[in-house]
Design a protein around this ligand. Structure first.
Ligand code: ZN
Ligand code: ZN
Length: 228
């Protein structure tokens, strides 16, 4: 009888929730999953599916070692720029962002996924509705409310310690880190916002200046190295 009850228990709990979908907001079985994907009707977090696909080009380029060393720096810059652009746009259009993360995984259901956690649920809802009518890099954006609230639960702990043996096809999130400089810029200025909202215009133009500086610096470096 205990065994019978245990089987019922397992059957019921499996049917109730897919733990992958619940924790990570994506599961490799997609809509064919035998467990339940409980899509939230409200959430602070949205996911933009398969939107950052540049990492595929990176692996294609890494055939020769020397070129790879140069292109790693470029990859990071490209990624930082993408991150800053999306982050800034989310805040300007929809509302304050608490946290944003990008998956470095290669599995179809996780590759290039961007997760944006807003401070307010209303902003997340607004963002999903608007983003689903928009395009990015010639592709329609697919945005949805995500059940992920705690990224520590969604992340692969082994990856963070540099020992995930499943590589890009791991089913937990492998988050792609932004540069320390950009982290300070995006999350640091957020702390100041509470002190003064009237300075947002000024901040925006400063951010543009910074971008311009970076571009200038990059073309100068390029000239100097004579590689391009
Ligand atoms: Zn599932
Ligand atoms: Zn992993």
């Amino acid at each position: 009888a205990v065994c019978y009850l245990k089987n019922i228990y397992i059957f019921v709990t499996c049917k109730v929730n897919c733990s992958f979908y619940f924790k990570i907001g994506a599961c490799r079985h997609g809509d064919r999953c035998s467990r339940l994907h409980n899509k939230p009707t409200f959430s602070q977090t949205i996911s933009l599916l398969n939107i950052y696909l540049h990492n595929l080009q990176n692996s294609a380029q890494s055939a020769d070692g020397l070129h790879c060393a140069v292109s790693d720096v470029e990859m990071q810059e490209h990624y930082d720029e993408f991150f800053e652009e999306v982050f800034t746009e989310m805040e300007e259009k929809y509302g304050e962002v608490e946290e944003m993360n990008v998956c470095d995984n290669l599995g179809d259901h996780l590759v290039g996924n961007v997760y944006v956690k807003f401070r307010r649920e209303e902003d997340a809802e607004k963002a999903v509705m608007d983003l689903n009518n928009r395009w990015f890099n010639g592709q329609p954006i697919h945005a949805e409310l995500s059940p992920v609230t705690d990224f520590r639960e969604a992340c692969c702990r082994q990856y963070e310690m540099g020992e995930c043996t499943r590589g890009g096809f791991c089913n937990f999130m492998h988050l792609k880190p932004i540069s320390r400089e950009l982290r300070r810029e995006l999350y640091g200025r957020r702390r100041k916002r509470h002190r003064s909202r009237s300075r947002s215009r000024e901040r925006r133009s400063r951010s543009r200046d910074r971008r311009r500086d970076r571009e200038r610096r990059r073309s100068r470096d390029r000239e100097r190295s004579g590689r391009f």
